[in-house]
Write a new protein. Structure first.
Length: 256
């Protein structure tokens, strides 16, 4: 029941955002970009906040999509109102609505809805992952030379040292994998890993709003660890989400 209600909520939020979206959008500068980002997030939150409160009144709301670190015990709705918002503002189609329900630091329910292609990715802890109701399974690849990999910038404001580290990881993975993309939203890439369309995604940092995508990959049979190879946790510094057949090789590349 909760799963179905969440699916309805994110579809309704997606419809609200889709009504605001225009492929012709071309903001002239940073002030206009920032204003549009804020307005899009606010419009989606206006739909989601009451809907999620009705589903789980005891769960607290958190829509700081760039936030990281531990949460207080109990249930939390972690919301990324418009993942890839910067894409939507510039008229590109790769953006989504992302929500996860986290209980005592563990994601137990997730929904990532991409309104433009009308793809709804959902997952339930122990209950599998789905795209528009059809079960998902990560890819069966066993070698990086045929793998599609991805990464992305989780949040703005990094220093030069972080970007240098990110560049080194991209260079190393580009030498090992078939193709590597750097893009946002991260939740979109994680959904593609869960669907078997991509084979792995890594992040040098871990923000709480990624929990929805992580659960999708886990429930589709993927392996998600931190960059030391330990099981992913909401407080992990970074992570690798991959099909089982390429996870070990990808981790070796990233830690060499």
């Amino acid at each position: 029941m909760t799963h179905d209600l969440l699916a309805t909520a994110v579809r309704e939020a997606g419809a609200r955002m889709l009504a605001r979206y225009a492929t012709e959008s071309r903001p002239p500068g940073l002030p206009e970009v920032l204003a549009n980002l804020h307005d899009n997030d606010a419009a989606v939150a206006e739909v989601l906040r009451p809907a999620l409160a009705a589903i789980r009144p005891e769960a607290r709301w958190l829509d700081d999509e760039h936030g990281s670190g531990a949460l207080a015990p109990g249930e939390w709705w972690l919301v990324d109102p418009v993942g890839g918002n910067v894409n939507a503002v510039h008229g590109m189609p790769d953006w989504n609505i992302g929500v996860s329900l986290v209980r005592d630091g563990r994601p137990v329910l997730a929904a990532v809805y991409a309104p433009v292609p009308d793809e709804l990715f959902t997952a339930v802890d122990g209950g599998g992952a789905f795209r528009n109701g059809a079960p998902l399974r990560v890819s069966a690849k066993t070698a990086l030379d045929g793998a599609l990999a991805g990464t992305g910038q989780a949040r703005p404001g990094h220093d030069a040292a972080f970007f240098e580290r990110m560049g080194r990881s991209f260079t190393a993975m580009s030498a090992a994998a078939l193709y590597v993309r750097i893009s946002v939203p991260v939740s979109h890439q994680l959904a593609q890993v869960a669907a078997g369309r991509m084979d792995l995604h890594w992040q040098l940092e871990n923000v709480r709003s990624h929990a929805a995508g992580v659960l999708l990959v886990q429930e589709a049979g993927g392996v998600v660890t931190d960059l030391d190879g330990k099981p992913w946790d909401l407080t992990s510094e970074g992570y690798l989400a991959a099909a089982p057949g390429v996870h070990a090789a990808a981790l070796e590349v990233l830690t060499a």
